[in-house]
Design a protein around this ligand. Sequence first.
Ligand code: SF4
Length: 442
Amino acid sequence: MAGSLDNFLHDPTDVGALGEEERKEFEEWVSKILSNPETISSMVEKALHDGMQSEWEEDSLGHKFKLGSYYPSLIERCLRLQAYSYLYPEPPSKEELAIFREGSAIHEIIALSLRRSGLVSVEGSEVVVDLVFNEEAKLHGRIDDLLLIRLSGESNSNFKLFVPLEIKSAQSLPDEPKPSHYYQLSTYLLAKKFPMGVLLYWAKRGGGVKAYPISRDDVMYSVLRERVFELHEALKRNDFPQKEAALNHDYFQCEHCGYLERCNPFLINSVSHGSKIALFDIDSTLLDPLPRRKAALRELGLPSTMRPSDIDNEETRETFWDLFNSPKFVELDTLIEQGRAKVYEQIELGRVPVGISSSRHDVLVEATRARLANLGISLANLILRENGNYDTDLRFKLKWALRLETNYTVSEYFDRDATTCSMVLKSISEVREKKSAKAGKA
Ligand code: SF4
């Protein structure tokens, strides 16, 4: 480009064409830049960031929230999260901006390649679609690409089919379509009565591609309608829908939610903010599950002294765990007397007792609560392992202690395992130190 720095530096005729004084001035200017080259690299970084930000702003202009019009791409996510994202849209972080731009670039590459292939034709991109449920509420989105497919070699080669294509870039290829993507594409299929669509994943790491065919499922219409109505009714009342992810114990979604602080999903309804808590590991300080384990082994005809890890047959091992985790056996758990005494002691000290267990599945919440109540122990809340959580025992307890500490003071932690106990207490005190250091600075 004429007049660019590159021209000045590498084209002697340009520099030579300058007058004496102008050349001197130019050389001074260049040496000034070279004495601080970071000015240029930061300018490039800033230009890139500003460009991406402006593209995002332009794109979000078309996404201004209108009551009654909801996004298919969000509809599977936590209802409370959706409400926050409509009412309190957050500007994207630098990382999110880069992901957004990367996604659009990948989309462009894919559309271009499909066009060049000659196998399918791309009939439209960003095709606007509405799935209307009533005069008040609808899902409103845009199909990434609308393909027109002709299959040669068939008896009637004139037949053509429109197939919506939804493109998703991910770090790695998923083993199956993600539920939120399935909901999104289902919306388009239902809205336009397309019999099928394709969900295409592009792996940013490794560059693999995987396309999943998705058939229209008419049952999805009522699933989507129920979700839209629940969200819409709450927003219409100037209210919020339920904290769905937290209620379903989908804490993974909460941990990755941009509204975690605003939502505060770890506040226990029955325990007021700021209370002092005494946390008890249920299975080592309050209840002994050994009789339950023995009963499950006996039911399978195995010696009651056997360790579950020693069950060779995989199917039998699975049946053992199903039995062990079935509510009917929980009443066999026996009381650890010192634990009960400790609970009363803590209540006397003004602390609210809360139970935690990484080895009990949350299907056992009610049965465990009932068993404890029968044994004279009433806990304000029970935190049991949710489905799909594979954290180690220590990680599970650490995470929860810190989650509780965001609303409460975890004053005591009881666990037969001394290492777990000291790690939990140490992490809590580190968090407190950080908090007070931050408060001191403010
Ligand atoms: S923190 Fe959890 S419950 Fe709250 S809005 Fe986010 S995902 Fe939903």
